[in-house]
Design a protein around this ligand. Structure first.
Ligand code: CS2
Length: 476
């Protein structure tokens, strides 16, 4: 053990005011955006320390507080591990305990950016349309009083406080895996603001900034075994470290209120005018195959993506998804070669040091499928291109969402629509498919009304039942 290592986890945080408030302080942000911001400050200065906000539970705050908000980020390479201590957090707040403290932090003049990783479901929007779901219980709550629960509620009420105090709005920097994520969050914020105060909505629309971003780094959930391994490696017991792969990418539209942002360009962030082609590439090539491998791999008995990638039947399947079903529907972003991107993804999936559970990726399928898989299927079908692999992945999601695996074992389905989805399973695959295709918040109209798609999905579901997941994958 090196002398002094444990002390690094008893950091004394800076008392300088934060420049960023981050909503949704999960492992992903701590292993991605927070590290980029820390590096940008180290490279070029600026007061960009971060106040993290947990929107649900106090766990992360309670673990990080005794460490002065410092934590270890452990990079898991195929050939070894590298650790660094990240000290960019200045404070952590827990929204349900004190929503006013969160609003006060967001309304502080020093704060120029509010970034978010609140997962797809955190925007309270309808995945198939991108509009605010005004009937969402948290939105109903947020309309009824000034202390919000939802992420859109916090954004609108904090912007309202800034407007009243004559302070410029903050830039809203969405870092979730949604297509045109800046536009989505702008849309829900304006929809909600209009319901509260139309003048506020006009001000936000005119003065605010909602750059879209593409974020990428594989960050599996930290396990108890990780905590022990890290302690053996460093001699320090970190209560809340994060685990991540070496690869990282962040593409950001350079549109910030007053041009105020950390010097992200100095640390490898790609600042672009239009992030859309990068988002499509990443959401469809990475997340689309991640979800496909998660449902099919889980049903085949594979616990992690690395295990799936090591199975030659699945390796060939994912290669086919990229080359024949996904890439043909994409426009390459400037400077990217999609074939090389696919090869790099295959290597990232195969990294044996990353234990990314299929079950973790399978979560929240109803919120993820539209942008990851269903858009590619709809465009492929409209262009007369066969998409049997992605169709099989949708069938696997339906089986997964039924709550019972192909082996008859119960599945713990985590999804905001889990209860509804569980009622859709029938003995007759055609009836199951018909029930799922009525889900207007998940399936775009083009697929709901496509009898050919219903027939292909029914055949895929039948193949899964008859041949098992691995057998059906082998026969695509
Ligand atoms: C994964 C993503 O859990 C999931 O749904 O597909 O978290 C994925 O690992 C990241 O988007 C990679 O950047």
């Amino acid at each position: 053990m090196e002398a002094g290592l444990p002390d690094r986890l008893h950091h004394t945080p800076s008392t300088a005011p934060s420049g960023i408030v981050h909503l949704g302080l999960g492992a992903f942000f701590r292993a991605h955006g927070a590290i980029f911001v820390a590096e940008a400050m180290a490279a070029s200065g600026g007061e960009w320390g971060i106040t993290g906000v947990s929107l649900q539970s106090p766990g992360t705050r309670d673990k990080l507080r005794p460490q002065g908000w410092a934590y270890t980020a452990l990079e898991l390479g195929p050939d070894g591990e590298t650790e660094q201590v990240v000290t960019v957090l200045r404070d952590v707040l827990v929204a349900p305990e004190d929503p006013q403290a969160v609003l006060d932090a967001m309304a502080a003049p020093s704060v120029r950016i509010v970034s978010l990783t609140v997962t797809e479901k955190g925007y309270c929007h309808e995945p198939s349309t991108g509009r605010l779901n005004a009937g969402h219980p948290d939105i109903v709550h947020d309309l009824a009083g000034p202390l919000p629960k939802s992420a859109p509620g916090f954004l609108v009420r904090a912007l309202q406080a800034r407007h009243a105090a004559g302070i410029a709005p903050f830039t809203v920097l969405c870092c979730d895996n949604l297509p045109e994520n800046g536009k989505v969050v702008r849309g829900v914020v304006l929809d909600l603001a209009r319901l509260i105060d139309p003048d506020l909505a006009t001000w936000i629309g005119a003065e605010g900034a909602f750059p879209s971003t593409m974020v990428d780094r594989i960050v599996p959930a930290t396990t108890a075994a990780d905590l022990d391994r890290l302690e053996a490696l460093t001699g320090a017991r970190d209560a809340a470290p994060v685990m991540h792969e070496p690869f990282r990418q962040w593409v950001v539209e350079d549109h910030f209120v007053g041009g105020e942002r950390p010097d992200l360009g100095a640390v490898g962030v790609q600042l672009v005018d239009d992030v859309t082609p990068f988002e499509h590439m990443k959401l469809r090539m990475l997340n689309g195959t991640h979800s496909s491998l998660a449902y099919l791999g889980y049903l085949a008995g594979h616990e992690t993506i690395a295990e799936v990638a090591a199975d030659p039947v699945f390796a060939q399947f994912v290669d086919r998804l990229w080359k024949t079903e996904i890439i043909p529907a994409l426009t390459p972003p400037p400077g990217e070669d999609l074939g090389a991107y696919a090869d790099a993804l295959a290597a990232r999936y195969a990294n044996p040091s990353i234990r990314h559970r299929t079950w973790q990726i399978a979560m929240d399928g109803s919120q993820k499928l539209p942008q990851r898989i269903l858009g590619t299927i709809a465009e492929g079908r409209a262009a007369g291109r066969a998409v049997p692999g992605l169709t099989l992945a949708v069938a696997a999601w339906m089986r997964y969402a039924s709550g019972t695996g192909l082996d008859g074992a119960a599945i713990e389905v985590k999804d905001p629509m889990a209860a509804d989805l569980a009622t859709l399973w029938r003995d007759d695959p055609a009836e199951t498919v018909a029930g799922f295709l009525r889900l207007a918040t998940v399936f775009p109209a083009a697929l709901r009304e496509d009898a050919g798609f219903a027939a292909d999905l029914t055949a895929a579901l039948t193949a899964l039942q008859d041949k098992g997941a691995r057998g059906a994958v082998a026969d695509v």
